[in-house]
Design a protein around this ligand. Structure first.
Ligand code: FAD
Ligand code: UDP
Length: 369
């Protein structure tokens, strides 16, 4: 006898992946239940208000993509304002533009140097290091931008962020960053870039409109009750936890956010200032009002210091750590996942991939539902 289910889809997690999947399933006429273990929806894009300032509760989120379909999808749901991310690096009080571009090279090697001279300096430093085929993040960084930038802007920041020596981290992490020989401080190369007006909650609310959502509900803890409710499950939590860690535990990096409200108009000149030395215990300070020009003149401000830490079952597992041990273990879990007929695994945690928001939206838009 065919089993009848209360829902067509049970979606575990209300982050961007879960919310886009829920939206699409609902539009296709399916009956959907979303469960979320946190007390709010939105996952890591959740925002909170501090007076009139939108605060990105789990770290600054700038939407960027070159995929027109993704951009048109998100901007059709709610208006975005343009925002170009241009963080500043602070190395023991010396300031540099990011990403690594002609402005950075001039701040480091002299304000008159040309693009070709900068290229030559980098090439000379790469040759001196003897690196030809980079095998890890340290070698990749030196090959991309030379020893000076590696020492001042990469080594300290990266080892704080990941809690591991650069020589033990994969090269892909640093390849996320553009290197340019023009004076262009845009942190991303993408065609489209912006932030939803009023923050990401508006976007998430539009995605989840008309859909049943249960917050403070942990699927793993209530699996026996929840699993029979739906024909199909879309799971966006940690992949190793779904399988009760039977092959071993994957590692994740976490963050502690320390907010400070200040009765002053401005604290720093940019939304994001990275502290790239190894002794400052935080990686960056975010000043949220700068994400939207309309909040810049308010007489108060809110800053957040970000302290990286290893994830140990407390707090949120924000970043998969793609070293070779975790990559192999994640592959083994993906094989188990492929055999779960009723369950689709998607998003940063369930795929154990260092996805940006646009990747997650793109993946959720292409799900066969
Ligand atoms: P999540 O947002 O983690 O959502 C998963 C949800 O599932 C969570 O709400 C979780 O609570 C819930 N869940 C997990 N397990 C269970 C369970 N057992 N039961 C019920 N619910 C469960 N991307 C960009 O494009 N631009 C940026 O500027 C940017 N900045 C970032 C800054 C930081 C500090 C971090 C950490 C990430 C940043 N990202 C950025 C990446 C972005 O946050 C992710 O790509 C995106 O949010 C991933 O969405 P997701 O739905 O896969 O995961
Ligand atoms: N990074 C660095 N110095 C910086 C900024 C970034 O060394 O000032 C390195 C660091 O290893 C980081 C990686 O570049 O993890 C990718 O940076 P990105 O800003 O893309 O990381 P995100 O915060 O988005 O995860």
């Amino acid at each position: 006898m065919k089993q009848t289910h209360t829902y067509d889809y049970l979606i575990v997690g209300s982050g961007l992946f879960g919310a886009v999947a829920a939206y699409r399933a609902n539009k296709l006429g399916h009956k959907v239940l979303v469960v979320e273990r946190r007390s709010h929806v939105g996952g890591n894009v959740r925002c909170e208000m501090c007076g009139e300032i939108v605060v990105h509760k789990y770290g600054p989120h700038i939407f960027h993509t070159s995929n027109r379909e993704v951009w048109e999808f998100v901007t059709s749901l709610t208006p975005f304002h343009p925002y170009i991310n241009s963080p500043i690096a602070n190395y023991n009080g010396e300031l540099f533009n990011l990403p690594f571009n002609l402005n950075t090279f001039r701040q480091l090697w002299g304000e008159d140097i040309t693009a070709d001279e900068a290229r030559n300096i980098i090439e000379q430093q790469r040759r001196q290091s003897g690196i030809t085929e980079p095998r890890n993040l340290e070698e990749q960084a030196i090959a991309m931008v030379g020893q000076d930038i590696y020492e001042k802007l990469i080594k300290g920041y990266t080892e704080k962020q990941w809690g591991r020596p650069c020589s033990e981290l994969p090269a892909e992490i640093i390849r996320r960053l553009p290197v340019r020989f023009t004076a262009d401080n845009n942190y991303f190369n993408d065609t489209y870039q912006g932030i939803p007006d009023g923050g990401y909650n508006v976007l998430i609310d539009r995605l989840l409109e008309g859909i049943e959502v249960r917050t403070d509900c942990d699927f793993i803890a209530e699996r026996n009750v929840l699993m029979p409710l739906a024909e199909k499950i879309i799971y966006t939590g940690e992949i190793d936890r779904y399988f009760d860690y039977r092959l071993g535990r994957l590692e994740y990096r976490s963050l502690r956010f320390e907010d400070e409200r200040l009765a002053q108009k401005s604290f720093q000149s940019a939304a994001v200032v990275n502290y790239t030395d190894s002794t400052t215990p935080f990686t960056r300070i975010i000043e949220h009002k700068h994400f939207d020009s309309r909040s810049r003149d308010l007489p108060y401000t809110l800053i957040t210091r970000e302290y990286p830490l290893e994830w140990r079952a407390e707090g949120e597992p924000y970043y998969p750590i793609n070293n070779s041990r975790n990559a192999e273990l994640a592959d083994a879990y993906r094989q188990l996942a492929a055999a779960e007929e009723r369950v689709i695994f998607g998003g940063r945690l369930a795929e154990y991939r260092y996805y940006d928001m646009h990747h997650v939206v793109e993946k959720a838009l292409s799900l066969e539902l």
